[in-house]
Design a protein around this ligand. Structure first.
Ligand SMILES: Cc1cc2nc3c(=O)[nH]c(=O)nc-3n(C[C@H](O)[C@H](O)[C@H](O)COP(=O)(O)OP(=O)(O)OC[C@H]3O[C@@H](n4cnc5c(N)ncnc54)[C@H](O)[C@@H]3O)c2cc1C
Length: 426
């Protein structure tokens, strides 16, 4: 007589097919998941339905979120002091959960902490004190300088051209940095931020361009409550509505030169480093958001009956679930690979990170669309949060670099590696 042994179901983590999360990682995931479910989801949905003039006003759910995040200890760097590979893993777990909770609020938190993080890295105590506990923003794009700000090696790629200096520049004097112009309307936290990390073109006394036509750049910390700073109205937009966005205007705004953390010679490298880390965070947020959408569809097909059966029991549904589930895992795997390379490689590069961001976000879009499709008509209604996820996912196709353009930059990088390093020649 032979006994029949069935294959047991796999042991999966709440986040998917993760093997070997250690105790700290498991506890972190569980803690963050509680915060994402109990704080971020309800507040994010509430803000999403408010008009922009009410959504970020004092006492609004937006500020309630930031107070709760501060209470939960989410304002610092959870990975400080860890070896790079462990830091990459833990950061992925944290940001994935925040993306699962609310992708807009996750960015508000990340951009909000950027000036403090950069001040910390600079070791300048005055800047650390200036940024500590303040809501920050990253002020980089401008009305006439969107994708152009993300183009490295511009003069090699487009010989004879002059790089775009945009609508907001810094002028360095012996003791001061002076800002004039305006940001784009897309600066995350722009309407409410207390401090900015400026990431713009600069003149060090020899004009804005070098002999080849490349621009000089700078990173400077600027408090936003000083003379000459004003704001535009918070933007009304399709997706990521819990994330306030708007212009910041600079009219002869002056800060001491010691507030600069990257100048003429070290700017390019520091900019590349910061952008690579931003792209990594975007990939993790996409991964969390994709999981959120998939889970909503998974729950729905276990409630809805059509064709004489639960949708989940129909083979076509199983096939579709398998497709979305695979994409969710692929996004997660790419986000982890990007994170590991960015944190651990001897020489990381923002164009690889950018490619990862583009892959994660474009697959995210397919996951959310197909998840909504599985829910039929109700997926379109405000009653179910999946229509919000679709709008949030759409914003991520453009945020931190438009996907097609990022993929083009990656292709250029691969070609350069082939030509200059002999990479890929077998
Ligand atoms: C949700 C969100 C959050 C953001 N947060 C911030 C922030 O915190 N700080 C900040 O400074 N900015 C922020 N941005 C701005 C963001 O970085 C820009 O929107 C993005 O880089 C694209 O720039 P753009 O919108 O000006 O589009 P454009 O650069 O005008 O691009 C328009 C279209 O033209 C294409 N295109 C552009 N250049 C080329 C080219 N050379 N060849 C072929 N096609 C091209 C693009 O692919 C795109 O499809 C945010 C944007 C969003 C949506």
């Amino acid at each position: 007589m032979s006994s029949h042994i069935t294959v047991p179901l796999p042991s999966v983590a709440p986040t998917g097919f993760d093997a070997g999360l250690n105790e700290v990682e498991t506890a972190t995931q569980q803690g963050l998941h509680r915060f994402a479910r109990e704080v971020m989801r309800p507040l994010g949905r509430e803000i999403d339905r408010l008009t922009a003039d009410k959504a970020y006003a004092p006492g609004s759910p937006f500020w309630q979120f930031h107070a709760e995040a501060m209470k939960a200890g989410l304002s610092g760097d959870a990975t400080a002091g860890l070896p790079p590979d462990q830091a990459a893993r833990l950061e992925g777990i944290v940001i994935n959960e925040l993306g699962w909770g609310d992708a807009g609020l996750a960015v508000s938190l990340g951009a909000g902490g950027l000036p403090a993080l950069m001040a910390q890295a600079s070791g300048n105590q005055e800047l650390i004190d200036l940024t500590l506990g303040k809501l920050g923003c990253w002020c980089a794009t401008q009305p006439d300088r969107g994708s152009d700000g993300l183009t490295l090696y511009a003069q090699e790629r487009f010989p004879g051209s002059k790089a775009n200096k945009g609508n907001l520049q810094a002028t360095f004097t012996k003791d001061e940095v002076i800002f004039n112009g305006q940001s784009s309307a897309w600066v995350s936290n722009g309407p409410v931020a207390q401090v900015a990390l400026m990431d713009i073109v600069a003149d060090y006394g020899e004009g804005f361009h070098d002999a080849q036509g490349n621009t000089f750049g700078c990173n400077v910390i600027v408090p936003l409550d000083i003379k000459g700073v004003s704001r535009g109205k918070p933007l009304e937009k399709l997706g990521k509505r819990p994330l306030p966005q708007g212009e910041i205007f600079f009219d002869n705004v002056r800060v001491p030169r010691r507030f600069a953390i990257a100048t003429r010679d070290d700017y390019e490298l520091k900019h590349a480093h910061a952008w690579a880390h931003a792209g990594t965070a975007m990939s993790h947020i996409a991964s969390g958001l994709a999981r959120a959408a998939f889970e909503m569809a998974l729950a729905y097909v276990h409630e809805r009956r059509q064709g004489g059966a639960l949708l989940a029991d129909l083979q076509l549904t199983q096939y579709r679930l398998g497709g979305i589930g695979t994409q969710v895992e692929a996004i997660r795997a790419m986000a982890d690979r990007v994170a590991r390379f960015t944190k651990c490689a001897a020489q990381p590069h923002p164009y690889f990170t950018a490619a990862g961001k583009a892959f994660c976000c474009s697959n995210l879009m397919q996951v959310v669309r197909e998840s909504l499709q599985l829910m039929g008509g109700v997926g379109l209604t405000h009653e179910f949060p999946i229509e919000k996820l679709l709008r949030d996912a759409q914003a991520m196709q453009i945020e931190d670099g438009e996907n097609h353009l990022l993929q083009m930059h990656y292709g250029y990088l691969l070609s350069r590696l082939y030509q200059q390093e002999g990479w890929g020649r077998g």
